[in-house]
Each structure stands twice: as structure tokens, then as C-alpha cells.
Design a protein around this ligand. Sequence first.
Ligand SMILES: [Zn+2]
Length: 358
Amino acid sequence: MVLAVLALRKEEVNSGTLLPMPDFSIGVDLGGTNLRIAAVSTDGQLLEKITLGVKVALGRDHVIGEMCDAIHRLTEQYRGSGRFVGAGIGVPGIIDMETGMMRMSANLPGWADYPVRDEIERRLGARVFLDNDAKMAAMGEKWMGAGRDVDNMAMITLGTGIGGAIILNGKIVYGMNGMAGEFGHVTIEPNGVPCGCGNHGCAERYASATAVVRMAREAIESGQAPALAKAASSDAEFSARSIYNLAIQGNEDARKIFHRFGVSLGILLAGLINILNLEMFVIGGGVISAWDAFAPPMFAELRERSLVYAATAPEDPVGKKEGASAQIANYTRKKTIITQALLGSDAGLYGAARVPTA
Ligand SMILES: [Zn+2]
């Protein structure tokens, strides 16, 4: 069912006739709560975006059916004078790139070891590219977002967990079987809290939306954080955003949580910078709206822990609200740029649409 349709067609009626439409591809972002589908021209214009509330509980076949119907509608609509190049689909899980099957997905129960790519290709009669959602988002930022002027970058996506991707010479690094870029499960605390992956002290247990809420709940249980306890009891959806709101109001317990978040992210990034020495590290995902709360301790930690960063840091790494674009403007090849993603939740759609054309 169509819950919202955002018509973003760029073509304008010109003297009564439509301008010719360019070739296009379809990008799909399959999340745990939303299924979003976009038609994007091969020169990077978002032609139209459809958001479907996807009832994952209704099962895999239902979701794939809704997805294929929507892709079909869009391709029929834009096929007029432009050529349909193919579809890319970003999914929250680990993909086996050879077989196009999902190996593991916490958010999509029942999808593992099912030939997702082949089934969608069969239904659409078109070439389909299936990839992890964080890799698609990185591809989107590389193409039309923060990374459009660099060839080499990594992206860290901060959401429920931490997603990651490395792009070298404009191409995603997959590793042996597609699992490269699992930044969220890098150990940052040897004896830290257990993670669903089986390890202890993974980065995403300290620097994600889930981690913020966990740290707040622990502070409340200790009895030492009365303002957090009050907020939790009066707020049914006690979330990372509620805790951020307390932090910017000056609540010390909430500030401590985002300090820990920033330090943890700094430890992760310091390792990545030392290993990769890339031109740009893009930080995206919903939690970047808390940038002003976690970025200062993150940058301080980077300078402490990474000799590569200390040698290549720009003058003003924290920046202001317009930090991302300001930093890009000051960009030189000798600096390590750490910046916010620019495309928000559309990054994955752009990336998914880019993959079939690249
Ligand atoms: Zn883990």
C-alpha cells in the first residue's frame, strides 16, 4: 500500500511539451520498517521516490511482491523515452555476493539462505544487484553526496547498529566474500559488553542509537541519574533523541553518554585512519543529528590515538553546523577529511540506483 508518494520529477513542462527523459535505474532501500523505491536518472537526478510501510511480519514473499509491484510501476512510468538500466537493492544484512543470497539479517527473519536476487530478477525480467544497505549508502555518498570529489573514502553509518563500507578508486571493497567493512564489530573494549555477534566490546555497543539507550538505562539503574530516570518514566519512546535533547539542555548524565559515544567512535576511527589513510571518512545514519554532542570528544580522541590523523588533520575539524560543506571547500589532498553525510536517508537509494549503472 502506498503510504506516501513524493513526486520529485525534475523535468518541467516546457512550452507544453515534456523534455526528453534520460536513462534511469531503480534504487531500493529495504529497511526494517520502510521500503523505499526511487527512480534515478543516470546523471543522478531523483525522478520519483515511493515510500511503502513494509510489514515485515507478513513475510518475505509479501515484501518482495510489494517491492516488485512498485518497481514495475516506476519502470513503466519512466520507460517512455529513457532506457531502464537495472535495479539495485540495499538490504540490512550480510549478502553473499556470488549467489545473491542473504546470509544473515537481524531485521528480516526468514530471508536467510533464500535466493533473493534471483527471485526478484525472475519477477522483473531485469538485472538486479543486491547489496548490504551500508555499502549502498556509501556508494550514494560517493556518487552524489559528501564524497563526490574523492576517489577513496570510507563511510560509517550510525543507526541501530554501525554499518560500514570502504570505497577505493570509486569501487566498493568487498573482501573475499562481501563481508569487508564490518566496522561495528571491531573491538574497542577488550572486556566490554557482549554483542549479538558473539564478541565483547564491539564498537556498535558504544556508538549507536541502541548503545545510547543502553548506557542511559544503566545510568538510571545505578540510581545516579535522576534527570534521565525522570525522562524515561515520562517518555514512552525513551530514545537516543530524548537523551540527546537532555544533553543539549546541559544535563550532565546525558552529556556523559554522548561523550562516551564520541570517545568510542574516535577509537574506531583512529584505527581505520591508521590502517587506511584515506582522503575522506563520511559519518552518516540517523544519529549524526547528535553530531554537536559527540563530535568534539571524537576529534579529541583521534588526535590522541592516531598519528596519521594528527599529521593530516584540517585546521578546524569540528566545524560549525555547515561543517561538511565548509570542510569540503577547504579540502586539500593532504588532509584527512572527516565529515557528515549529505544525503540523509536518501544515500542508500542513490547508491542502489548507481550500482547498476557503474
Ligand atoms: Zn559485535
